[in-house]
Design a protein around this ligand. Structure first.
Ligand code: T4K
Length: 368
């Protein structure tokens, strides 16, 4: 089947979803924190090992409103090796991003490079568990404690990944998730925030619902970021199948590894000790000199055969024209190098292993 996209949304059986939404025709309660919203919120908090959790209309607004609910001011140390959303959420919340370089293996924020960036205006760290690779949560926690900083993880990629047996909702002050259609678990569009502090949760709940404390009292300048009942229903169904989806993805990833592991000039997604992977993405870094072809050439060769591998993440967010030259990608050289070398190969549960073989064959044929 062509094209073969970088991912393909997992869907529950059609009848299961129909059954899940049936009662909405009787209740006519379609949104505004209905029964399914509440059930999904509880089930997800449990799955992600979060003390508290809220769910929102998408991952981006989960980030943006969480930054606002933390009541921050000043500079935020973050990574440019991420999706547009992370940096945009920071800037749109009136905060100044300060870019820290990444560790060349995990491509997450390098803790050794954080402290030199801290100033008296620094208020928080916003690292990203990119591809489901865990940030160095203990080192980050120590730095945050030492300097009195808040930690908000962008955990959009980390659903289902576990570190020392704990889900990604257990770390930092807040961890924000995306439940977008392209993620290992989705609610079509959707997102959520896991957090440690109940008072933060009350602020976030108000911000996602027009700042309403009650129908007659508006205390915050909020907006609308609620998740409706149809999407919550999709989440409830998908959550029942997520273990199976992760298992199927693990077989696909294993096949890629068998085929590409020992190829000179090819670096595969790092295997982190004590991390149980969620197989969310399969990034490959191509070293042109050693492999014999650069990343762009591989992407083009795949595209010509209908295989739509993607450059997650290129360009770096500190190179975006929307920031009008305020930031400089050369200041984060490891991130810059990775952004020029990386290509995410298709990975999803239904991807046939024969297709993985075919994709690997196309990749290997790019060598001069
Ligand atoms: N932080 C990070 C680190 C993130 O990666 C993201 C989102 C966010 C924050 C923000 O979370 P959300 O607000 O999105 O919940 C996609 C996703 O739209 C985006 O959610 C995701 N990151 C980003 C990494 O990837 P695009 O522009 O690459 O999507 P698109 O439309 O090109 O889709 C990619 C492939 O997925 C398609 O080729 C086919 C497949 N697909 C797509 C859709 C829309 C499906 O199978 N089903 C679908 O419904 O951004």
């Amino acid at each position: 089947m062509r094209p073969i996209n970088v991912t393909r949304s997992a869907m529950p059986p059609f009848a299961e979803y129909c059954e899940e939404i049936r009662e909405l025709w009787d209740s006519r309660w379609l949104t505004n924190m209905g029964v399914k919203h509440e059930r999904l919120r509880e089930e997800l908090a449990d799955y992600l090992d979060a003390p508290y959790m809220d769910i929102l209309t998408n991952g981006h607004l989960s980030l943006e409103l969480s930054l606002q609910a933390l009541e921050l001011e000043g500079e935020v140390i973050t990574t440019p090796f991420t999706f547009a959303s992370t940096t945009q959420a920071i800037v749109r919340s009136g905060l100044t991003p300060v870019f820290c370089d990444v560790d060349p293996l995990t491509l997450t924020m390098d803790p050794a490079k954080i402290e030199p960036l801290i100033t008296e205006r620094t208020c928080a760290l916003v690292p990203v568990h990119v591809y489901g690779n865990f940030c160095e949560v203990e080192a980050i926690d120590r730095i945050a404690q030492r300097h009195g900083l808040r930690v908000l993880y962008d955990a959009a990629h980390a659903f289902g990944a576990r570190y020392k047996g704990r889900g990604a909702g257990a770390f930092g002050d807040v961890s924000c998730f995306s439940f977008h259609a392209t993620k290992v678990f989705h609610t079509l569009e959707g997102g959520g925030a896991c957090f440690q502090d109940e008072a933060f949760g009350q602020r976030l709940a108000r911000l996602k619902n027009f700042g309403l404390e009650n129908p007659e009292r508006v205390t915050d300048l909020g907006g609308n970021a609620k998740l409706d009942e149809f999407r919550a229903a999709m989440g409830l169904c998908n959550l029942r199948h997520v273990a199976e989806e992760l298992e199927k993805r693990s077989r696909v990833e294993e096949r890629y590894r068998e085929r590409l592991e020992d190829v000179p000039g090819v670096r595969l997604k790092v295997l982190q000790p004590e991390v149980q992977s969620n197989h969310a993405y399969f990034p490959v870094l191509f070293d042109e000199k050693r492999f014999g072809a650069d990343r762009n050439r591989v992407q083009k060769a795949l595209r010509e055969q209908g295989v739509m591998a993607r450059k997650y993440f290129y360009p770096l967010t500190n190179a975006f024209p929307c920031f009008q030259g305020r930031f400089h990608p050369e200041e984060t050289p490891e991130a810059l190098r990775a952004s020029r070398q990386v290509l995410c190969l298709p990975l999803y549960g239904d991807l046939p292993l024969e297709t993985v073989d075919e994709i690997c064959g196309l990749v290997l044929n790019c060598r001069k």
